[in-house]
Design a binder for this molecule. Structure first.
Ligand SMILES: Cc1ncc(C[n+]2csc(CCOP(=O)(O)OP(=O)(O)O)c2C)c(N)n1
Ligand SMILES: [Mg+2]
Length: 597
């Protein structure tokens, strides 16, 4: 058996799992890991951003693009505490991050050495991180590392993926033992579970009996790489598809069967179809409040009037919010393959949904008539629709958008048409600001030959502006579109609506006369060595974006967007006890109890 230092074993195990990068920041706690990474630098690269939050968002986004993990490395105490938020982002959206954290030497446990958290338990990072990872491991001797590493990697990638933590005391990096590098973990989706034959048959019976079926897809469909099977299935039976943001692109959203996103910030045809469907087939989707109009009947969905087939590989998600008529515990792609095989076996004639699709086409036409004219309006500051439209026109189908959080994101959820899976990245479940601006770096490393554009509000960008330093240091040519509306405008709009039109703490102002304030983002970028343009007129945005993408360098576009144009709500969102909104376009609809089954 080879004699290895703990840190050497960790490096070899990452390499054995074909992990090409470690994103991390040094500290006295993890210096012992840096040296083996130096020795292995032609097989695994260390990238050090300027904040641990960025490292973890980068790892998360890298995984979302490639479905292959990378590791983060942070030191003991504060450095590792900085990754809690991005791990929560990853956990909420089922994304994998292999988070290696450092801790104090085991011989100093409980003596309150520098940077130990020990009020309740020694070296207690595992309890800090516990709610935001699938599992945390704390091997306290080198001979515990092989099992812990293998279990951590396997846990991260099996079933519903998610972040894991391996917390390594200082001495465990340094000490040696006779240890074998454990076998690599099976990659994502290596083990897939299918539905029982009875469930497949029952599901197809229900689907074929439906007059107004819709499929609702979420991140589970993307993670399972079910795009081709989903497309074949819905095209064969002519069933329209509603998508959650992280499901977007599994079906090309320019396909006439794609209805877009649902909920307050969804598209009208999706909400209209969702609430009027007689059968909903949810695949890897969770019915969270924002994709279910806060579960208020009649805005997005009408369960239990509508029947529900709910497919997920995590039993905790089946029936979390709506008890399904048929719950199917299965991998999305496997289930769809089973359905396709069953269709073939039964020789089903395609498409009995013509009347339903004709109704949907009318809703789509109404929605287009209402929204399209605004896509043509030029002005300064720029109308939000123009930015979405020009991004769509300029970027190739395989370009990756890394969306940040805020009203800017709402516009993309409502109007972006993702052409391919894994091209639109969203912090959906946790909505951590900085995910888009930082994640774009990881996305670009995952797909070096494709354009990567971060869409980040001025607020989000100022949370992680040092991403520019990292882009320059490591030559990562990301384009940042800073959606500059001089404030935390998504929150300002909630505040204005709830509290008599008063604004406080939600816009950026300077001095006593409360002039709108922001840094000169372009000058800031140039100070970092990044090219930049300020865009104040809509006519200039398209050319500026084309130029920035073609430059193939880190690039910032500071785009001044009209803060007074709001995305039209087509569903509802409720924060009890405040009353929910009524849609601006479309109305609540509940089935007549007399005709309801
Ligand atoms: C880390 C973090 N802090 C606070 C919030 C709450 N929050 C959600 S959106 C938002 C404002 C975003 O501002 P900006 O990036 O400028 O986007 P805008 O809404 O103006 O388009 C805030 C503060 C959050 N989601 N994440
Ligand atoms: Mg803003």
């Amino acid at each position: 058996m080879p004699r290895l230092k703990g840190a050497e074993l960790i490096a070899e195990y990452l390499i054995a799992n074909r992990i090409p990068y470690v994103f991390g920041i040094c500290g006295h706690g993890n210096v012992g890991m840096l040296d083996p990474l130096y020795a292995a630098r032609d097989r695994i690269s260390l990238i050090s951003p300027r904040h641990e939050q960025v490292a973890a968002h980068m790892a998360d986004a890298y995984f979302r693009v490639r479905h292959e993990p990378v590791a983060t490395l942070t030191s003991c105490g504060p450095g590792s505490c900085n990754i809690i938020m991005p791990l929560a982002v990853a956990l909420s959206d089922s994304s994998a991050v292999f988070a290696i954290t450092a801790n104090v030497p085991t011989s100093q446990f409980n003596r309150s050495p520098f940077q130990e958290i020990n009020r309740h338990f020694q070296a207690d990072f595992v309890n800090i991180v516990r709610p935001v990872v699938k599992r945390s491991f704390q091997p306290t001797r080198v001979d515990m590392l092989p099992l812990a590493l293998r279990q951590a990697m396997t846990t991260m990638l099996s079933g519903r993926p998610g972040p894991v933590n391996i917390d390594v005391p200082f001495n465990v990096f340094q000490e040696e033992d006779e240890v074998e590098v454990p076998p690599p973990a099976p990659p994502l989706n290596a083990q897939r579970s299918g539905a029982s034959p009875d469930d497949v048959a029952r599901a197809l019976d229900m689907i074929l009996a439906a007059q107004r079926p819709v499929v609702f897809i979420g991140h589970g469909a993307t993670l399972s790489e079910a795009g081709p099977e989903l497309t074949a299935f819905v095209q064969t039976l002519q069933i329209p598809v509603i998508s959650s943001p992280n499901g977007m692109g599994c079906l090309d959203m320019t396909d006439p069967l794609s209805l877009g996103f649902i909920g307050r910030n969804g598209a009208f045809p999706a909400n209209e179809a969702g609430r009027r469907a007689d059968l909903v087939i949810a695949i890897g989707a969770r019915f969270d409040d924002r994709s279910a109009s806060s579960w208020l009947p009649g805005y997005s969905w009408n369960f239990p009037h509508s029947k529900l087939i709910h497919v997920d590989l995590d039993p905790a998600e089946l029936g979390r919010n709506y008890p399904p008529d048929l719950g199917v515990l299965a991998d999305a792609r496997t289930f769809l393959r089973q359905l396709l095989a069953e269709l073939e076996r039964r020789r089903v004639a395609p498409g009995a949904t013509r009347a339903w699709l004709a109704e949907i086409a009318r809703w789509r036409a109404e929605w287009d008539k209402f929204t399209r004219p605004n896509f043509e309006i030029h002005g300064a500051p720029i109308r939000p629709e123009r930015i979405v439209a020009d991004c769509q026109a300029v970027l190739p189908d395989d370009a990756i958008l890394a969306c940040d959080v805020g009203v800017n994101h709402n516009w993309y959820m409502q109007f972006w048409k993702a052409r391919r899976p894994q091209t639109m990245l969203n912090s959906w479940g946790f909505s951590g600001m900085g995910f888009g601006a930082a994640g774009a770096l990881g996305a670009k490393l995952a797909a070096p030959d494709r354009p990567v554009v971060a869409i980040a509000g001025d607020g989000c960008f100022t949370m992680v502006p040092h991403v520019l330093c990292t882009a320059v240091e490591y030559d990562i040519p990301v384009v940042w579109v800073i959606w500059n509306n001089f404030g935390w405008v998504s929150i300002r709009d909630i505040q204005l609506g709830m509290f008599g039109g008063r604004e406080h703490g939600t816009m950026f102002h300077q001095g006593a006369n409360r002039k709108p304030y922001n840094p000169d983002f372009a000058a800031w970028a140039r100070a970092c060595g990044v090219e930049a343009t300020t865009v104040t007129k809509s006519q200039d945005f398209k050319g500026a974006l084309e130029h920035a993408v073609a430059a193939n360098k880190p690039y910032v576009l500071d785009v001044h967007v009209d803060a007074e144009v709001r995305p039209p709500s087509t569903g509802a969102w409720e924060l009890p006890p405040t009353p929910h909104n009524e849609p601006v376009f479309g109305t609540r609809w509940v089935p007549d109890p007399a005709t309801a089954k």
